[in-house]
Design a protein around this ligand. Sequence first.
Ligand code: AMP
Ligand code: MG
Length: 481
Amino acid sequence: MHFKQDFFEQLPDFYEEVLPAGLPSPHWLAWSDDAAALLGLQQADEPLLQQLAGNQRMPGASYYAQVYSGHQFGGYSPQLGDGRSIILGEAVGPQGHWDVALKGAGPTPFSRHGDGRAVTRSAIREFLVSEALFHLGIPTTRALAVIGSELPVWRESLEKGAITVRLARSHIRFGHFEHCYYSTGGKAERVRQLADFTIAQHFPHLDCDAAGYQQWFVEVVEATARLIASWQAIGFAHGVMNTDNMSIVGDSFDFGPFAFLDTFKEDFICNHSDPEGRYAFGQQPGIGLWNLQCLAQALTPIISSDALLAALRCYQPMLVKHYLQLMRQKMGLPDASAVPAENDLALIGAFTTMLEQQGLDYTLTFRQFASLDPTSASSALRDEFVDTAAFDHWLAQYRQRLGPIPDVGQWQAQRRQHNPQYILRNYLAQQVIVAAEQGDTAPLQRLYRALRSPYDTTSEFAEFSQRPPAWGEGLIMSCSS
Ligand code: AMP
Ligand code: MG
């Protein structure tokens, strides 16, 4: 790996140096060729294993934990920071640079009472979801590898320590700016320093002046709106949308008790520690705005309130526009300026309401849009529904809106490109984790292969496109990681 050290060299007040504690008996549990290609890495060899396990120094790396704050479940936590993640710097790849972080590498000055570790189960989940979201076309941090070990780590029971090697375009979170703002009593200097760095690194088309800052915030709002629209369209619940888990570049970030929906349920809660449902699936768009408001407050020293409010007002229309575009693609509704957005949103909403009322699987039902044929009354989509009268009523409206389809085969093939066959269902993750914990990583490799081609048209991995068994339906995860 070839590193540059821009964050480390330019922002010395924004981190603490810390070395990894090391992992005994490290071994590869997972490796992503796709992520490796981003860094121009050829192979997962022994020296690299020892370096990523934190047992040997990586040439060119610095070792640091960033400081940040954040609103957690609505309350402000002034002193967070990387409690179990150590960043090595920005690795320069063939098409850009990637922060490399060892998640679970041991305690840092920000660990508070935590042990700085991650366990096998959470490391595998982070690996799989990062790569799954990427292949679904959703902005996300990436995962290069999971390294397992014999290190005993105590959670609800005794588990083993592991490291996820995370690649991120940026590790800067909304919470970084909140830290700059609140820890200085709202002084501009520190906020500006971080904004200038962020813009130079990630928004290089903008200037670091008043107009540039304004436009930058507009672009952060837009990236966030697009991200959350894409979560809603694919049926992904993040689970812990605290502001310290919100990436400034709009990537899905910091995975814990996330879930892809099985049965469609607007108020689905995937986080065991969130009984009130603050971060329920259907709350995510509103929480995105709430989090952007926190960020806006932290930017008041460098951007006028009027400009911040104007940008925030664009959030909802941007999100709806992007969501509508994605859902039209899923359902095969042509973008038609003559059709008011409200009409299509009502048609889409009527469909998801039916899914919810009839207890249907979100992903599998949408996949069956590829079975629709305007010349035939029956379809695999219709067969999914118990209350076929309700479906037929909806279908009549849908057909009217759809209009004629010139080439049915092509239309159906396009539906398969927008409605995945494979998502990372919690029960699937659970199955491969149990096997990996017992030393068998073959199921993990196989699931990973399926998730690399979520829109596949073969049935090579048919066992992964099933509804969950009773024990696996709507699994709720604990935050413990
Ligand atoms: P998360 O819920 O993973 O976003 O974590 C929230 C905060 O707790 C972050 O500052 C983490 O670094 C920290 N944290 C979570 N788990 C641990 C752990 N096992 N040891 C130390 N810090 C942790
Ligand atoms: Mg976090």
